[in-house]
Ligand binder design. Structure first.
Ligand SMILES: CSCCC(=O)C(=O)COP(=O)(O)O
Ligand SMILES: [Zn+2]
Length: 206
């Protein structure tokens, strides 16, 4: 029952993110937890056009990201990042997308290793309601070798919700529920687009 429910939840998120055009060129992968001990989760199958809905969109994997039993399709090439999220935290959902805004911002701030946001109402969508709340998003270098990338990523997976920008690659966001993970992803993308637009407008004025 839980697996079917989670499958439907992830399918719905995939369709919503596809409607925003956040899966260019087959990029992106999504994962949702189906069990805690031992860890099991559903993850998007690798290399597929995530804007299209098929019966083989997700595969069910274990704590190491290996297929549970015989299934059609391969787990996402970046499953190891979701493995880190589900093994290190109690998060229920982990979402990864490539957008122009998250790629450009990751390059602009990549040498600093992080980007900080404050003074924005949308920060409340991340569960931060304090007047002077500051949100820090770490930026890690991209690595073609996924175990190396997952090791760099794992250093920042320290709470049940969070986000990491991968330089010139994309963002991974995780949270306790699928609803929160999607809400947070939208809030981060809002902050990224706002920041880039502000930079451009300031340059145009000066
Ligand atoms: C086509 S973009 C390169 C791979 C990638 O970064 C990605 O997010 C999609 O890989 P997957 O194996 O999950 O389809
Ligand atoms: Zn990716």
């Amino acid at each position: 029952m839980t697996v079917i429910k989670r499958y439907e939840e992830l399918k719905s998120i995939k369709q919503e993110l596809a409607a925003r055009d956040w899966f260019p060129g087959t990029s992106g992968n999504l994962a949702i937890r189906t069990a805690h001990a031992p860890v099991e989760f559903l993850v998007t199958a690798s290399g597929k056009d995530k804007r299209v809905t098929t019966a083989e969109d997700f595969v069910h994997v274990d704590a190491a990201g290996q297929l549970i039993g015989e299934q059609l399709g391969r787990p996402s090439a970046e499953t190891l990042l979701h493995v880190e999220v589900f093994n290190r935290t109690a998060a229920g959902c982990s979402l990864h997308v490539h957008t122009i805004a998250n790629n450009v911002l990751s390059e602009l701030y990549g040498d600093r290793g992080e980007i900080r946001f404050s003074g924005q109402e949308i920060i409340k969508a991340l569960g931060r309601w304090e007047e002077d709340a500051e949100v820090i998003v770490p930026i890690i270098e991209n690595h073609a070798d996924i175990p190396t990338l997952a090791a760099a990523f794992s250093k920042h997976v320290t709470a049940n919700q969070g986000a990491v920008l991968i330089r010139n690659h994309g963002i991974t966001v995780w949270a306790p529920t699928a609803f929160e993970a999607k809400k947070h992803l939208e809030a981060y993308e809002f902050l990224f687009n706002y920041t880039l637009t502000l930079h451009s407008c300031r340059q145009a004025i000066h």
